[in-house]
Ligand binder design. Sequence first.
Ligand SMILES: Nc1ncnc2c1ncn2[C@@H]1O[C@H](COP(=O)(O)OP(=O)(O)OP(=O)(O)O)[C@@H](O)[C@H]1O
Ligand SMILES: [Mg+2]
Length: 279
Amino acid sequence: MTEASMAEIADHGPGHASVVDRSGPALVEMQDISISFGGIHAVDGASIDLYPGEVVALLGHNGAGKSTLIKILSGAYKRDNGEIRVKGETATITNPRDAKAYGIETIYQTLALADNVDAAANLFLGREIMTAWGTLDDAAMEAEARKVMGRLNPNFRRFKEPVKALSGGQRQSVAIARAILFNARILIMDEPTAALGPQETAQVGELIKQLKADGIGIFLISHDIHDVFDLADRVVVMKNGQVVGSAMTSDVTKDEVLGMIIIGKVPPGATPGPGASRD
Ligand SMILES: Nc1ncnc2c1ncn2[C@@H]1O[C@H](COP(=O)(O)OP(=O)(O)OP(=O)(O)O)[C@@H](O)[C@H]1O
Ligand SMILES: [Mg+2]
């Protein structure tokens, strides 16, 4: 992170638009995306985008289609319709490996860590660094792990312990480090703070600020409206697979966002989507 970007964050806080870079194309644009399971339109003509350094929160009731939309981006599901563009170019994403090649990484609520091994082993799981003799290069992996963890979470010292011994916030930082180690530019976080206490939630908030300052874009799925207002630059509300509306977080109140979630009513500060209620 540059000194300028650190100063910017100190001056304006994480949600300030000045960290967001809208001078070039969006990191990712999903346009008119649809998918059905049997007869159910899980996602129905949804469009969302994300710029470098931006946190876009996806909100909506259970079953609104948030996870399904994001699983299309991560290559877990194949869309029936719609287009995905990465930095302005049409992207072909049909499996998770394609998504990773475009710098799209997902951190699931379960974190998917290997509990019995340490942070470095987790960072390089399946992508180990080898020596010229074909053995695991533990020294190189630990050095890399210290570098990336030092940037994300400078207080982290527990490099020699299995990750099951770590706190929830520390485990989250290992999962994020693993994603950014392999050059993630677009990070998807599905309910990152759902299982965490207040202190650890604050820690994840710090991690997100670091990532923003590095120009990474984040789709944040969360049920916690307070977290969302602390962390997100923009909110997108979904209902019945459709986008109800979207808004800069600074242009709407929490009550107005709750109104979008519950009855699909779009306030003056927001832009209506196809799922906006018509009365
Ligand atoms: N693999 C699947 N097979 C069948 N139906 C599915 C599948 N995945 C999702 N659905 C359905 O699609 C709809 C959208 O679900 P989704 O999980 O995307 O919602 P969500 O907004 O993430 O909700 P939550 O807040 O509960 O996580 C729901 O009706 C769900 O039952
Ligand atoms: Mg979900």
